[in-house]
Design a protein around this ligand. Structure first.
Ligand code: PMP
Length: 347
């Protein structure tokens, strides 16, 4: 294609804009590379092979509302939720997409009336996942638009509230805050898995978003309908979540010790109850550290950058710059370096 060709201009433009969006995502949420080691250790046991003849037809199951969903994959999803006990699956439709980012956009499209006089209003309680505004307004849809912090939403009109629980970036368990009859709820349960939080009851909401990016860590697989061909039973699932839980526990201990020693920062104290999946009592150990600079430091992000720690500042989550979000899911080497640098900061 000629470089001046409109097609190549579109592709180039799209590439650039996607790159911006993906980079935002990367900086905010971090990459789940922590999981790489576990899957490497599993070797052939978790290697998937896709024969060339498979997935030629558009249709993987014409009897299903989501006809591009591989029935074996649907079974694996149901079985996993049942084993972990984090979502009701009975009487539900499973819809797959390339990550929950695409599913989020599909949900907004499906939930916004096509003939309304103005776009549907999207809100979420601050601090919220910083890609939400980008994901909502990226396509410049006339059907829906981002309206920010749900706590500040006072207009009397239809809305969709995104409830992220546990929340990105602060790890808190959340409930809707607007609570009006005309409201529609979308629950983003990306972190409702037993390595991060206590599984207290199976989630039972109208629309629930889950993602392999944060459960098994396969963010780059961007799974659509494909079957993972896992023969994994309850024991293997238990092994994976136990392993991940222990790693997260170790990291949170390491970070809390560094934070305590520095006397410059704090991290939220989260709830401790019994997890129905593991039977353990533990304090929530989120995929992010929501770090607050105590004392006089006004901009925690700039302060940490001066100590060679890159974070995402509170302003991106629509709260004070005294807060920053830091991924807890990096590779070991990176995580150790991060806590080492926190320890080296002197008062
Ligand atoms: N929701 C939340 C709260 C997230 O933190 C993320 C990823 N960081 C996503 C959704 C997007 O996940 P996916 O990789 O499935 O698009």
């Amino acid at each position: 294609v000629q470089e001046t060709d409109p097609v190549s201009r579109v592709t180039e433009n799209f590439g650039k804009r996607m790159a911006t969006l993906e980079m935002e995502e990367f900086k905010t949420s971090g990459d789940s590379t922590m999981y790489e080691r576990f899957w490497q250790q599993m070797g052939d046991k978790t290697t998937a092979v896709i024969p060339g003849w498979q997935y030629v037809s558009y249709f993987l199951d014409v009897t299903n509302i989501c006809w591009f969903l591989e029935p074996e994959f649907a079974k694996a999803v149901t079985r996993l939720h049942e084993l972990v006990g984090n979502a009701i699956t009975e009487g539900r439709h499973i819809v797959v997409g390339t990550g929950s980012t695409q599913l989020y956009q599909a949900a907004l499209y499906a939930l916004s009336p096509p003939d309304a006089s103005e776009p549907m209003t999207m809100v979420s309680a601050a601090p919220f996942y910083s890609s939400y505004p980008l994901m909502t307004d990226f396509l410049k849809s006339g059907l829906y638009k981002w309206a920010g912090d749900a706590h500040k939403f006072t207009q009397n009109k239809p809305y969709i509230e995104l409830v992220t629980s546990p929340n990105n970036p602060d790890g808190f368990t959340r409930k809707p805050v607007v609570n009006r009859k005309e409201g529609i709820l979308v629950h983003d349960l990306a972190y409702y898995w037993p390595q991060y939080t206590l599984i207290t009851s199976p989630a039972d909401h109208d629309l629930m978003l889950f993602t392999v990016s944060k459960s098994s860590g396969h963010a780059g697989a961007r799974i659509v309908g494909l079957s993972l061909k896992t023969k994994n039973g309850a024991k293997e699932v238990q092994t994976f979540f136990d392993n991940s839980y222990i790693l997260m526990e170790k990291r949170w201990k390491q970070l809390r010790a560094a934070v305590e020693k520095s006397q410059l920062f704090s991290v939220p104290n989260l709830s401790t109850v019994r997890c129905n999946f593991s039977g353990r009592h533990f304090e929530t150990q989120p995929a992010f550290a929501w770090l607050k600079c105590e004392g006089e430091i006004e901009d925690c992000g700039i302060f940490l950058r001066s100590h060679h720690i890159l974070t995402r500042g509170g302003e991106h989550f629509r709260v004070s710059q005294k807060y920053v979000g830091i991924s807890m899911l990096a590779r070991d080497k990176m995580f150790d370096l991060f806590t080492k640098r926190v320890l080296e900061i002197q008062k």
